[in-house]
Design a protein around this ligand. Structure first.
Ligand SMILES: CC(C)(COP(=O)(O)OP(=O)(O)OC[C@H]1O[C@@H](n2cnc3c(N)ncnc32)[C@H](O)[C@@H]1O)[C@@H](O)C(=O)NCCC(=O)NCCS
Ligand SMILES: Nc1ncnc2c1ncn2[C@@H]1O[C@H](COP(=O)(O)OP(=O)(O)OP(=O)(O)O)[C@@H](O)[C@H]1O
Length: 282
């Protein structure tokens, strides 16, 4: 994303929360909660995802607000860790202790801070993610998280690596796919689903690894690739491949949660760029 003037913290949080609602509402999605139902999840539904999205506003605005202060990057990283952990608590309180959006808050918290700092949001988010959180060792929830166990077992870098590398799956796969689909005349829902599938096809998603191991991950990646190679869900063959992918998620209890998070990040960056372009117009 190109360098720009910073936006107000609440405006950034409004755009981020709107992107999270949009991801939840996008229907159909393979395995994830959508308007049709809970997908491969047993502990959440669409209403809970919307409640959770709203609960994140305070933390996201706080991330943006902290980034606008004259703090060093190291000081800001410490502050973001505190805000992020408080945000996770608020989310869990809002959902009755269900982890609806932990990965989403991580990605969008960093990107909200990046957007507020002034400059390239992704580059700044990556720089902040690379700074160790001095209080990370005292986290109890992380030690027990599925993500950390899976990363240890399969040597993946997960949500932390994705952020540290500057969200390569968003920049190289999801955003270009979203925009190419729009240019080719696809409706917005189809373009967003294509962007999601571009993520599922390439991401090493610790949610999928946790539930289905490497075999489950390969199944989802190749299923998503088949839809895209057939021209997307807009074609008859693409639709057939999508239905097969959707079925496999339900029967094998697989859900690409990390790709859901990164679709929210994609929609946020897309909206941010649009908002900034509008504000630059004479
Ligand atoms: C470390 C984090 C990412 C959580 O740890 P965890 O061990 O669960 O990480 P993991 O990478 O496996 O997955 C977390 C979630 O990210 C998503 N995800 C999974 N795989 C990926 C991937 N390859 N890329 C991106 N996101 C992914 C999923 O939704 C998953 O549930 C993070 O929540 C954290 O550090 N929180 C502390 C608060 C903080 O510092 N916040 C700062 C910004 S608000
Ligand atoms: N539409 C969505 N539906 C479900 N999860 C989503 C959606 N969008 C993003 N996610 C992400 O997926 C994660 C939830 O995945 P999952 O339920 O597999 O994780 P878990 O709670 O760690 O594991 P499990 O449910 O297997 O015990 C959330 O943290 C969230 O960030």
């Amino acid at each position: 994303m190109r360098a720009t003037a910073p936006l107000a913290d609440t405006e950034i949080a409004d755009l981020a929360v709107a992107a999270i609602h949009a991801e939840a509402d996008l229907t159909p999605k393979p395995g994830l909660v959508d308007r049709r139902g809970p997908g491969a999840h047993t502990d959440m539904d669409l209403e809970m995802l919307h409640t959770s999205a709203d609960s994140l506003h305070t933390a996201l605005a706080a991330c943006a607000s902290a980034a606008a202060q004259p703090l060093s990057d190291a000081e800001l990283r410490t502050r973001l860790g505190e805000i992020g952990r408080a945000g996770e608590h608020a989310m869990l309180a809002a959902t009755g202790q269900v982890n609806t959006h932990r990965g989403t808050l991580w990605a969008l918290g960093l990107l909200s801070a990046g957007a507020a700092r002034g400059g390239d949001a992704v580059t700044i988010a990556a720089r902040l993610a690379a700074i160790p959180d001095p209080y990370a060792s005292s986290r109890t929830t992380d030690k027990m998280s599925h993500g950390s166990r899976v990363r240890r077992r399969y040597n993946g870098s997960g949500a932390v690596g994705e952020a540290q590398e500057g969200f390569p799956h968003v920049r190289r796969h999801a955003l270009p796919t979203l925009r190419a689909a729009r240019r080719s005349g696809a409706d917005e829902a189809t373009a967003r689903l294509s962007a999601l599938l571009a993520l599922v096809a390439t991401l090493e998603d610790t949610c999928v690894l946790h539930r289905g191991g490497p075999r489950g991950l390969m199944t989802l990646q190749s299923g998503a690739r088949a839809v895209l190679n057939a021209g997307g869900v807009g074609t008859a063959q693409g639709r057939r491949h999508f239905n097969a992918l959707d079925d496999v998620c339900l029967t094998q209890h697989l859900s690409p949660g990390g790709s859901g998070d990164l679709l929210s990040a994609t929609l946020f960056l897309d909206a941010l760029e649009k908002r900034i372009t509008e504000s630059c117009r004479p």
